[in-house]
Design a protein around this ligand. Structure first.
Ligand SMILES: [Zn+2]
Length: 144
């Protein structure tokens, strides 16, 4: 058959972009850049949907992003169902790509306005590597 895991574990062949897990484990964000048309992707894509090229390179990305919008998730894929309800944000990275990511549960809803300053922060837990939207570090503002 071959599709036993389809829909249960988000089973899609992502072998060419698997290095993203290593970047996240190191606490780094990296996307892919199409070598034909310079399109930048996060989450990374090995095959460019714009020009169909399969040539790409890894590029480091800045965590800084701004909130576009968010929603509350009550029904999630099975592996995330026990986390529900949770907030899922759409944010735009400074480099341009837009990404869906869970929002740090410590952020209160009154902070979640369009344009709110966030950071797409890589992290790890017992389930593996992931990323989430967190409040942007404001340390540089506190320094005098
Ligand atoms: Zn391209």
């Amino acid at each position: 058959m071959g599709f036993e895991k389809f829909g249960k574990h988000g089973y899609v062949s992502h072998a060419k972009v698997a290095p993203i897990v290593d970047y996240l484990k190191k606490g780094e964000l990296a996307g892919t850049k199409c070598l034909e048309c310079d399109s930048l992707y996060f989450p990374p894509k090995a095959d460019c949907p714009k020009c169909r090229s399969t040539k790409f390179d890894w590029v480091p990305l800045n965590e800084n992003c701004k909130l576009i919008t968010f929603t509350e998730v009550f029904f999630a894929p099975p592996e995330f169902q026990k986390e529900t309800p949770y907030l899922l944000g759409l944010a735009e990275l400074e480099e341009g790509p837009r990404v869906f990511a869970p929002i740090d549960s410590r952020i209160t809803r009154d902070y979640l306005k369009p344009g709110a300053l966030l950071a797409l922060h890589p992290s790890t837990n017992e389930n593996g590597a992931f990323y989430q939207l967190e409040k942007r570090e404001q340390n540089y503002l506190r320094k005098r």
